[in-house]
Every structure is written in structure tokens, then in C-alpha cells.
Design a protein around this ligand. Structure first.
Ligand code: MGP
Ligand code: SAH
Length: 279
């Protein structure tokens, strides 16, 4: 890890090894003897999809493992959001220089271990990253340091529901808890059944911060229910794939919805729109 200080997190672990072995009892033990929470093997296999710099000391805890947004999806979202309010279109990711930022401020309402916040900080001038869990917020800061973007992120410990009335930003991004991996058990995930607050209640809070909202949601939710959370707003819903597998969907409301399809970088990123007249 070079000069970077290694930290041990209370509920997380430093995941710095490149392979993992299952012991006979079904728990996972890394070659360095670190125990992984049981049932997380499929996430471990995807570790470089989550953070390409994983081996540099990325910190993740159990909720972080099953909630972090895959990096390619987070990058697509950040690139798209960064185009908002720019005088000129930002160069694509290959040509982009470190000084080419979207001149916007974005609130990342549920920062987790930083999957989205890091990508927003790579593309946007200012990121306010909120999480209610101090351990995970600290992991996000640590991970952002690995990516060299921590100085563009304001880390805020708190409840987004309480904080929203005090915030203003150009865009709000939300990837709230969906109730754990059990969401996969439903044929159609009902957005009213999310824990703590319904998808509608979260969105109504986000509207206090900005009309431009990006909502990261389960792949098995009903796109019509998702679009109808914000009556009258232009809404675009994209299907988010990594390596050919559908992982989630993202809804864009208002100005961030007005993209053109040609902007999509990845063949795995497919877009469809709600009819503009739908209320
Ligand atoms: P997953 O549960 O790993 O499904 O979630 P996958 O990989 O499609 O499973 P399969 O068995 O069908 O192949 C896919 C992605 O959704 C994860 O990588 C996270 O990015 C995201 N995700 C999953 N959960 C449980 C949450 C959650 O509770 N909150 C948020 N914000 N994202 C989640
Ligand atoms: N986008 C993140 C994953 C978010 S997971 C990433 O890519 O890493 C959802 C996060 O929401 C969890 O870390 C959880 O601690 C946080 N959370 C739950 N309730 C919250 C609340 N009321 N306010 C802010 N954060 C909350």
C-alpha cells in the first residue's frame, strides 16, 4: 500500500488479497486468514467489478459488499450527470483531463463505502456524501483516498431524511437500502416495501434538495411505478448491466433525463423512456 496508512475498521476488514478459499464449514477465509461473512462469495468474485483498485486496500463491510454499485455503472452515471450545466460537452473518459469537471454539486444521499461517491468526485466539482453509518462513511473516505478524490468529497454523517430540508444541490443521487439481497426473492419488487422509508418518501425528500434526481433501484422493480414516483417530470430509465448481466436500473428525472442515446458508452447500457405526456 505504499505510504498509505493501513486502517482496521471496526465492522469491516481490509480486503487486500487476490483470492479466497471456502473452508469446509462454508465460511470464507482469505489466504491471509481473514474471515469473510458467510454467503458473500459471489460478491468477492466481483470485487474488481466493484473497485478496480481493490487490491490497494479497499475497505468493505457486509452491507457494503451487497450494496456497492459496480464501478462501470457508477462511472456511466457520473459521466452522464457531469454533463449537466456544462458550457461545453465534457470530453469522453479516455480524452478527459483531471481538470475537466462537471461544474455541478451533487448530493450522494446514501454513500455506503463510496462506490458512487468516488465516481462522482472523478467527474463532478463537488460531492456531498451522506451516510447514517459512521463506520461505512469512514470506509468511503478511506476508499476515496485510494482513488485520490477524497478532497472533492464532503463526508456528512447523518440521516438524509432529516438533512434534506437543509440542502440545495444541482442533482441528488439516491441508492437507498432495498432490504438486503432478499429483494431478489420477489417477482416484482414493490417500491412501497423498502425499509425505513418507501421509495416515494425518499424521492419526496430529495425533491427538497433538487428537482434533478437519479434513483438507483432493484432490477426487478416495475419501471412504471418507478417513473410515476415523480408525476409530470421527464423520466428516463436505464437498465444497468455489467459483463452482460442485468444488475439494477437507474431512473433519471427532469434535466438529467434529457440525454441522447448516442452518449451511452457501454454496449451494456440500454435506455428507454417514459412517454413525456404520462402523468
Ligand atoms: P445482487 O443482489 O448482487 O444481484 O444485486 P445480482 O448480482 O444481480 O444477483 P443474481 O444472483 O441475480 O446474479 C446487484 C447489485 O444491486 C449489487 O451489486 C448492488 O450494486 C445493488 N444492490 C443490491 N442490494 C441488495 C442493494 C441495496 O440494498 N441497496 C443498494 N443501493 N444497492 C443494492
Ligand atoms: N451507493 C453506495 C451504496 C449505498 S448502500 C455505494 O456504491 O457504495 C445504502 C447506504 O445507505 C448504507 O450504507 C446505509 O448505511 C445508508 N443509509 C441507510 N439509511 C440512511 C439514511 N437515513 N440516511 C443516510 N444514509 C442511510
Amino acid at each position: 500500500m505504499g505510504k498509505r496508512k493501513r486502517k482496521q475498521f471496526q465492522h469491516g476488514h481490509m480486503a487486500t488479497v487476490s483470492s479466497v478459499e471456502a473452508d469446509s464449514g462454508g465460511t470464507f477465509v482469505t489466504p491471509q486468514g481473514q474471515e469473510m461473512p458467510a454467503g458473500l462469495e459471489k460478491y468477492w468474485r466481483q470485487r474488481y467489478n466493484f473497485f478496480w483498485r481493490f487490491d490497494e486496500g479497499i475497505a468493505i463491510d457486509e452491507e457494503g459488499w451487497y450494496s456497492v454499485t459496480p464501478e462501470a455503472i457508477a462511472e456511466d452515471t457520473a459521466e452522464r450527470v457531469a454533463q449537466l450545466h456544462n458550457q461545453r460537452k465534457l470530453p469522453g473518459r479516455k480524452q478527459r483531463r483531471a481538470t475537466d469537471f462537471g461544474r455541478i454539486c451533487i448530493v450522494e444521499a446514501f454513500c455506503g463505502v463510496g462506490g458512487n461517491a468516488i465516481k462522482f468526485a472523478e467527474w463532478c466539482e463537488h460531492v456531498i456524501a451522506i451516510d447514517i453509518d459512521p463506520g461505512r462513511l469512514e470506509m468511503a473516505r478511506h476508499n476515496a483516498e485510494i482513488y485520490g478524490v477524497a478532497d472533492r468529497i464532503e463526508f456528512v454523517l447523518g440521516d438524509f431524511y432529516q438533512l434534506a430540508p437543509m440542502l440545495k444541490a444541482d442533482v441528488v443521487f439516491m441508492s437507498p437500502p432495498w432490504g438486503g439481497p432478499e429483494y431478489l426473492g420477489a417477482d416484482v419488487f414493490n417500491l412501497d416495501t423498502m425499509p425505513f422509508h418507501s421509495a416515494q418518501e425518499w424521492l419526496d425528500r430529495a425533491r427538497m434538495v433538487s428537482k434533478n434526481i437519479v434513483y438507483f433501484m432493484p432490477k426487478n422493480c416495475d419501471p412504471v411505478q418507478l417513473a410515476d414516483l415523480y408525476p409530470g417530470a421527464p423520466c428516463e430509465i436505464e437498465l444497468n448491466y455489467t459483463n452482460g448481466f442485468l444488475k439494477a436500473v437507474t431512473a433519471y428525472y427532469n434535466d438529467v433525463a434529457l440525454s441522447d442515446e448516442g452518449r451511452c458508452k457501454s454496449a451494456d447500457r440500454r435506455v428507454y423512456r417514459r412517454p413525456a405526456s404520462r402523468k
